[in-house]
Design a protein. Structure first.
Length: 257
């Protein structure tokens, strides 16, 4: 089994049992970043692709305003939960598809909008996924991505990645803004001006949502408690372990080549 397939299997296994938690997650179900991303996607008569849909909150936000939404994820259990929630909400233009973002099962130029939120830090090969997003996007389409970004300085970056990996072994990397702009350009996009938010993570629900083992929770708390003042200050680290993340939305258009 290849490394890529092994990682995909890990993601599917990690999230399959947490589907209901992500559908119900308050952090994922709301927020200015979700509203802004949905605004990019809400184009009448558009076919929209939700990459790494997770609990489906981008899908639910966009579906009432477009022709169709395809929610794509590695986890069939997650997709089943999304389909059930879409039916409960009366969203009959939603379909689901199980596939990797690195090998999309769609013809070229199939979608007017391709969107992704809080998924890309799990992708094993981001450049390949972005090339696929570019391929299935129509020439006049738009790509919109929301994800956690690292704060820049190595000290802060190291702490962030460590907390994330201990909480979720399928985590790959929270990239920085400059990295995203470079990868988008390499994939054939023209990235626009990003928007930024600070999003608070309540510690107990953050670990409960992923079912993080107690040993890993203890390790995260040990790292937090031993963190230097610059780390504690930047992440607004609280006594119970709650902290604040940097989140970015970047919109891009095909470069026309």
């Amino acid at each position: 089994m290849s490394d890529s397939h092994s990682h995909d299997a890990q993601i599917a296994g990690q999230f399959g049992g947490r589907a209901a938690d992500y559908v119900a997650s308050a952090v994922h179900a709301a927020g200015e970043d979700l509203q802004a991303l949905a605004g990019i996607g809400a184009v009448p008569h558009a076919a929209v692709l939700d990459l790494g849909c997770g609990g489906g909150h981008v899908t639910y936000a966009v579906a009432p305003h477009v022709r169709s939404v395809t929610a794509l994820d590695l986890s069939q259990a997650m997709l089943d939960a999304v389909a059930a929630e879409a039916r409960r909400r009366g969203l009959d233009n939603v379909q689901t598809r199980q596939a990797s973002v690195e090998a999309l099962p769609f013809p070229d130029a199939s979608f007017e909008r391709v969107l992704s939120r809080y998924s890309a830090h799990h992708w094993g090969d981001v450049p390949a996924a972005l090339r696929e997003a570019r391929r299935v996007l129509s020439p006049e389409g738009r790509f919109g991505l929301v994800d956690v970004v690292h704060p820049g300085p190595p000290l802060l970056d190291t702490h962030l990645q460590a907390w994330q990996l201990l909480r979720d072994p399928s985590h790959v990397r929270d990239y920085g803004e400059a990295e995203w702009r470079a990868m988008l350009a390499e994939a054939g996009f023209v990235p626009g001006t990003p928007r930024h938010w600070r999003v608070r993570m309540e510690f107990s629900s953050w670990i409960a949502r992923m079912g993080t083992p107690e040993a890993s929770v203890t390790a995260i708390r040990a790292l937090q408690q031993g963190a230097s003042e610059p780390v504690r200050r930047h992440f607004a680290l609280e006594e119970d372990g709650s902290f604040t993340l940097d989140v970015m939305l970047i919109e891009a258009e095909p470069d026309g080549v």
